[in-house]
Write a protein that binds this ligand. Structure first.
Ligand code: FAD
Length: 188
């Protein structure tokens, strides 16, 4: 079995929804599928999304990386894919991350400033810049909980186990029961 690593850049085809908190909903869906699938074959890596661009890094068994990349290339949620790194790997460099997500964070902004870049355009990154991006993913302490509109709606819609009326009824019944036990106790 041989290991390999792969990185590519692409442009999102969807119109990004603005989110105050959490992850853009299209990206959140991509991450959920990625984490589910990648976890099954111990594929690890990270995904950057910002300025409507993606930068993704994958490492794992050669067969798994290539199969996944074939699926990714067919996905209509992005276009103009450019393979930036595709090479054998001696040993794994990521642990436990089926797909780590990093938004256009302060670290990435600093990286862009350091290189005099005014926007996130990974397709034009040099190999050294790609390595720096991968290192940023590796060191990122980004909270990985996915919060998005869909998830929030699901939480809002989830019915309570008991309505307010039912809860009041249950409390009254419990109080009556305690009262009855007291009364029974005092009669003995
Ligand atoms: P399914 O369970 O069949 O579908 C997954 C979900 O994605 C479903 O909700 C489906 O409706 C939705 N979906 C699929 N295609 C589209 C589309 N074109 N437009 C809108 N919704 C769609 N997959 C991985 O397994 N690992 C990765 O690391 C990975 N990285 C990705 C990175 C990017 C930037 C993008 C755009 C996609 C990535 N994907 C990744 C997703 C990949 O392209 C396939 O959609 C996915 O692998 C299909 O897996 P599945 O058959 O289990 O998905």
């Amino acid at each position: 079995m041989s290991l390999m690593r792969l990185a590519y850049a692409s442009e999102a085809t969807f119109e990004a929804k603005s989110v105050e908190k959490g992850v853009e909903p299209h990206v959140a869906r991509i991450l959920m599928t990625s984490r589910r699938n990648n976890g099954k074959c111990q594929l690890v890596g990270g995904l950057y999304y910002g300025d409507n661009r993606f930068f993704q890094y994958l490492e794992g068994e050669e067969k798994d990386v290539l199969e996944t990349y074939q699926r990714i290339q067919k996905d209509s949620r992005h276009k103009n894919l450019i393979t930036l790194i595709e090479e054998p790997l001696e040993a794994r460099t990521f642990e436990n991350w089926s797909m780590k997500y990093v938004p256009l964070s302060r670290d990435v902004r600093r990286f862009l400033d350091d290189h005099g870049l005014d926007r996130f355009d990974p397709a034009s990154f040099s190999s050294g810049q790609c390595e720096e991006m991968i290192e940023l993913i590796r060191n990122s302490s980004q909270d990985q909980k996915l919060v998005n509109y869909d998830e929030a709606k699901t939480i809002e819609k989830r019915p309570n186990a008991f309505s307010v009326g039912q809860r009041t009824g249950l409390i009254v019944a419990a109080l009556c029961l305690v009262g009855a036990l007291f009364a029974a106790g005092s009669m003995l």
